[in-house]
Design a protein around this ligand. Structure first.
Ligand SMILES: Nc1ncnc2c1ncn2[C@@H]1O[C@H](COP(=O)(O)OP(=O)(O)OP(=O)(O)O)[C@@H](O)[C@H]1O
Length: 497
């Protein structure tokens, strides 16, 4: 024991050792400060602190941005759907809103505000979520948003393997049961989709169309939903394209609404005329979500010929918009609009593989005006003709609008409907006029008779015009002949003189 005490240095020895170490360290620091440039010193400092903080810290942070590799991130979207279900007492603020203009008294829905923490527990892990926002460089894009997920470093693997897949499947089941559907329209000035609650009463039940055609559409939609694995196995994107064509007022938009209600899919209604170019189109389309319908109405008036591409600069998708702004004056003299090839690229080109479970619907009043490239087999999977009202369609409309399945005036009305081309919209308009079935049907018959007379009058007028045209031609010929004869006489006179 005594020998142990003997080995412990005295206080004065310890103090002098400390003094010499600190002097030495000061000396080294002064030499290093003199010899090593400040930027290199900062670099070494930061590396040291990074190393120590990562080595000793027990936390780990995941960043999930709203876009992933130039397209909308499905992981981000799933978290957006899932997280509001985890709002609890520890959440300090909450976003509330109701976008249902049909029901302003509906309880508001919760959302996650920026910079607010939401705590979740999963299989014994504590998970801390925060939604962040940072200003976008691009002046017409909305701010970039991303989720920060903080967890224990040791849970990192389990978060990736179990927790994030769990969030995706929960979000999927929430979305499949969604009560309200949204109708999105693209705001070109704000460069973002704007949504409103979609409450259209149309259903396959109320749709007046050929029953066999209706059944085949329903079967096709059912099959599409069930065939995720099939689409993967044949190497095709899980998409289905419908082309609805026919005269105005025959129910093309109503069919789109019925499909959305049947599938419980949101609708993205895009007006191609406002899209600046193909690159813009790619951005817009990749920011739509899965389980949705992309609707492009009046497609015959929407695209430019692919030849116009040669006259314009087509900006690259990775183009920085700041660059666009700087160079725009030099390179883009006008907005080229969307080309057919740009659109086709999204239907069955490379970009078609972006996103799953999508329905693309084009409508047109003039199928014959469409570019054959769009109609080529495999482009639009199903072509549906929406035609004039048939007797069966009329019965369906009478049932929907008047609540009657039969009536003494039915036979007569059906005969009239077969003799005149009348649209379901026109029939519906007449049937809506009155609640009394007798009066409503009489009004419809009157309307059809008036239309028939009008058609006859127009045709008679056309015939009359045709006769007048032919008479004018004959007269002109006569006049020319007369002029020729006059010329001849004149010539002869000259010769004689
Ligand atoms: N086949 C139909 N079944 C039931 N209702 C219909 C049908 N067709 C038209 N209607 C009624 O007529 C209205 C107009 O129809 P809709 O807008 O769907 O026609 P459209 O073919 O899309 O016309 P457009 O080509 O002008 O866009 C609808 O609100 C609906 O009430």
């Amino acid at each position: 024991m005594a020998s142990l005490f003997k080995e412990i240095p005295s206080m004065s020895t310890l103090l002098s050792a400390y003094a010499s170490i600190s002097t030495l360290s000061m000396l080294i620091r002064t030499i290093l400060n003199e010899m090593i440039p400040k930027r290199m010193r900062d670099f070494i400092n930061s590396k040291f602190s990074d190393f120590f903080s990562s080595y000793f810290s027990s936390d780990f942070t995941f960043i999930i941005e709203d876009r992933w590799q130039a397209v909308h991130s499905e992981t981000f979207r799933a978290i957006e759907v899932y997280l509001p279900t985890k709002i609890g007492p520890s959440t300090r603020s909450l976003l509330l809103g109701n976008n249902d203009s049909n029901n302003i008294t509906a309880p508001p829905k919760p959302g996650i505000p920026v910079d607010t923490k939401v705590i979740d527990d999963f299989q014994g892990m504590r998970l801390e979520w925060t939604l962040r926002e940072k200003e976008a460089k691009k002046y017409y894009f909305r701010n970039k948003r991303f989720f920060e997920l903080n967890c224990r470093k040791k849970d990192r693997e389990r978060v990736v393997q179990s927790y994030l897949p769990y969030i995706s499947s929960t979000a999927e089941s929430i979305l499949s049961k969604r009560e309200t559907l949204n109708l999105y329209t693209y705001d070109h000035e704000g460069s973002m989709w704007e949504s409103t609650v979609f409450k259209h009463p149309a259903s396959f039940e109320t749709l007046a169309m050929d029953p066999d055609l209706k059944d085949s559409i329903i079967r096709d939609l059912d099959l599409f939903l069930q065939r995720k694995k099939y689409f993967q196995s044949v190497g095709r994107a899980w998409k289905r394209g419908y082309l609805l064509y026919g005269p105005p007022g025959t129910g093309k938009s109503t069919l789109v609404a019925a499909i959305a209600n049947y599938l419980r899919f949101h609708i993205y209604d895009l007006q191609l005329q406002g899209v600046r170019n193909d690159s813009d189109l790619r951005r817009i389309l990749t920011s739509t979500t899965n389980r949705s319908i992309l609707l492009i109405e009046d497609i015959d008036c929407s695209t430019k010929s692919s030849r116009s591409r040669t006259h314009t600069r087509i900006p690259n998708d990775d183009d920085n918009d700041d660059d666009d702004r700087d160079q725009g004056n030099n390179k883009i003299s006008f907005d080229p609009g969307v080309t057919l090839s740009g659109l086709l690229n999204f239907i069955d080109g490379l970009w078609s593989s972006c996103g799953d479970e999508r329905i693309i619907i084009f409508t047109t009043n003039y199928k014959e005006k469409l570019d054959p490239a769009l109609l080529r087999p495999g482009r639009m999977d199903v072509h549906i003709y929406m035609g004039h009202c048939t007797p069966a369609g009329f019965k369906k409309l009478a049932d929907t609008y008047l609540g009657i399945k039969d009536h003494p005036l039915f036979k007569c009305t059906e005969e009239l409907i077969q003799s005149v081309a009348i649209t379901p919209a026109e029939v519906a308009q007449q049937l809506m006029k009155c609640e009394d079935a007798q009066l409503a049907l009489e009004s419809l018959m009157e309307f059809i008779n008036a239309k028939e007379n009008q058609i006859k009058e127009t045709e008679a007028k056309k015939d009359e015009e045709e006769v007048i045209k032919q008479e004018i031609v004959v007269l002109r010929k006569d006049v020319k002949l007369g002029e020729k004869q006059d010329d001849e006489i004149e010539k002869r006179c000259v010769y004689l003189t």
